[in-house]
Design a protein around this ligand. Structure first.
Ligand SMILES: [Fe+2]
Length: 392
């Protein structure tokens, strides 16, 4: 996680080359050249319709049918995600005492399984990557960054070998952060001096790669580049070396995009999370200055403008969770409707594929923990779903 990347309270000066706070960006009027807005408007020119829960289309797929269809994918994704989080916990805990540990293994098998699940277009894994680990954010963070990096790697056509290297690099990219955890887990923002200390984690992390003896030769070189350069940005705006665009390894750029996306869409001790849709909006608006333009576009294509796991309000007023994306239709995901337009829990949740409902569209992204509903139990359930609790 790059701390200077994160949106700060409005009284703080924003470091050069970082994304503007969303409150600032989201208030900007859309412009004709706004590619994000163009995508949204292209498919959103319909009028609101009656609540789905009040008038379900006769040919609608039920949530039960959809659930049955994805059950196998979900079980598979859960298993490999769990294995990867456990591996992260084991390795990151072992590195709490670096002087006492040698001969660590990279969890190749767990990373291969993650890659296979992502390759099979199992979108349940993207929903899991929207969650946080409750004990130490790093365990979930590095796995989530690996998932998003693999998904982005697939989109940009990485080879099998490069995909595995990216997964290892993403998984290990924050090993240097361990000594700084007491600082970053504090619920208050860091001072400038503390921020400088924390920024050492990239180079210190690369040095810790010697703890993984199987990592050698070309693999070591590339993984090391990813770990040390994940916070480098275009035009020398990143750290630790303020490298220029051509000097940053292309796989480090890829993991860097996913690291920022993951960080901003998950809460930290000192700030709340931001909605995935809004994070993508900021990233696409900032991409020319901060990231390789093609990479951000590819991330949006891979996740859609409403990524799996996020919540949206439909033009009908109904609210649901995005359960899958329709590739090539970034504003028309598949949505499981959970709350009706009156804020009531839907008795029989319905799955709506916006690709086959031209009249319906996503009207906005919503925070499921702040839904306008009097159903406190539903709110608690939705809040609980933000956390990965399996295996605790
Ligand atoms: Fe990170």
């Amino acid at each position: 996680m790059k701390f200077s990347d994160l949106p700060k309270p409005s009284e703080e000066p924003r470091p050069a080359g970082t994304a503007a706070p969303l409150s600032e960006k989201s208030s900007l009027p859309p412009t004709a050249s706004d590619p994000f807005k163009e995508l949204e408007e292209k498919e959103s020119a319909s009028k609101p319709v009656k609540s789905l829960s009040a008038a379900p289309p006769p040919a609608e797929e039920t949530a039960e049918e959809f659930d049955r269809k994805v059950r196998e994918e979900s079980l598979q994704a859960t298993e490999v995600y769990s294995e990867a989080v456990s591996a992260a916990r084991q390795i990151y805990r072992a590195l709490e005492k670096p002087l006492e540990v040698e001969g660590l293994e990279i969890p190749h098998e767990a990373l291969r399984k993650l890659m296979a699940v992502v390759r099979s277009d199992n979108q349940e894994i993207l929903i899991l990557a929207d969650r946080s680990a409750p004990d130490n954010y790093l365990y979930g963070h590095v796995v989530n960054v690996a998932v998003f990096s693999l998904r982005l790697g697939l989109s940009v056509g990485l080879t099998e070998e490069e995909m595995l290297t990216v997964a290892a690099g993403a998984f290990l990219h924050d090993i240097g952060m361990i000594p700084y955890l007491p600082m970053v887990l504090r619920p208050t923002r860091l001072s400038e001096d503390e921020l400088k200390q924390v920024q050492r984690h990239s180079e210190e992390g690369a040095q810790l790669l010697t703890k993984f003896p199987s990592l050698q030769g070309r693999d070591l070189e590339v993984v090391s580049s990813i770990v040390v350069q994940v916070h480098e940005r275009m035009e020398g705006m990143g750290y630790p070396q303020a490298l220029g665009q051509d000097a940053i390894h292309r796989l480090a750029k890829l993991v860097g995009v996913c690291d920022m996306y993951e960080s901003l869409t998950h809460m930290r001790a000192w700030r709340s999370r931001l909605l995935p849709h809004h994070v993508l909006r900021v990233m696409i608006e900032e991409h020319e200055r901060t990231f390789e333009p093609g990479l951000v576009k590819s991330l949006v294509e891979a996740l859609s403008l409403y990524p799996p796991g996020s919540f949206v309000r439909l033009s009908s007023g109904d609210i649901g969770r995005v359960v899958a994306v329709n590739h090539g239709l970034p504003t028309r995901p598949i949505v499981k409707v959970l709350v009706d337009a009156q804020g009531q829990r839907v008795a029989a949740p319905k799955v709506v594929n916006l690709a086959t409902h031209p009249i319906l569209y996503v009207s906005d992204a919503v925070d499921e923990t702040k839904l306008p509903t009097s159903d406190q139990r539903l709110l608690l359930e939705l809040r609980a779903q933000r956390w990965w609790v399996r295996g605790f």
